[in-house]
Design a protein around this ligand. Structure first.
Ligand SMILES: [Zn+2]
Length: 210
């Protein structure tokens, strides 16, 4: 006989799907909402609903946004000759928190990982090419666009970086783009999302051409 009411089991199951949350933590979270006197469960439910309804991907950089073009892409203060290519939206947050970057971003949506069955087609390489060509038209004559490859220093991140280098080899030869990679201040296997400000700042400032 099931010990818990179905409605509680459902909630535990949903919380268990969250990254880094096991069944025990999921159960603790469910009990927290059962005990909570302030209609916290309704607040959580409506916050999630609101997020689902309002959040979309920026059509230029694919970061999460509440409008078609995000505030970073539409800001006149951001330099159009620098495009930092990252894996996930949270990497953008990490760079913005470091406060040392004034260019634009592009979110790939992951890394090439044969082990997890993620190939080139699953990532936004076509959109990246489109975005770079768009920026080349927007920057002044003879100015090149720097593509800063900021994938994580993991095997998959490196494989993805190589793919980007190949993708823009022709434009790099024509000196229209200049491809750089973050400096090795970041230990192999590190996650940009969790890098502290100073490490990220050094990695960005020490970036080198490839
Ligand atoms: Zn954007």
């Amino acid at each position: 006989m099931p010990v818990l009411p179905k409605s509680v089991e459902n909630v535990i199951e949903e919380f268990s799907r969250l990254p880094g949350v096991g069944p025990k933590s999921a159960a603790r979270m469910a009990y927290h909402y059962i005990r909570s006197p302030n209609k916290d469960a309704s607040k959580l439910a409506s916050a999630l609903n609101e997020m689902e309804e309002n959040v979309k991907y920026c059509e230029k950089c694919f970061n999460v946004a509440d409008r078609d073009v995000c505030t970073l892409c539409s800001s006149p203060l951001r330099k159009k000759n620098k495009l930092c290519v990252v894996e996930e939206p949270l990497d953008v947050v990490a760079f913005e928190n470091s406060g040392v970057y004034d260019g634009l971003y592009f979110v790939l949506g992951g890394v090439i990982s044969p082990a997890e069955g993620i190939g080139e087609e699953e990532l936004r390489f076509k959109e990246l090419e489109k975005r770079v060509n768009e920026l080349l038209k927007e920057v002044k004559d003879k100015e090149s666009v720097e593509i800063i490859v900021a994938t994580n220093p993991s095997l998959e991140g490196e494989a993805t970086a190589s793919y980007i280098i190949d993708l823009f080899a022709k434009l790099a030869k024509e000196e229209k783009v200049n491809i750089t990679r973050l400096a090795m201040g970041l230990p192999t296997g590190a996650d940009l999302e969790y890098a502290d400000r100073l490490t990220l700042k050094r990695a960005l400032e020490g970036r080198r051409g490839i």
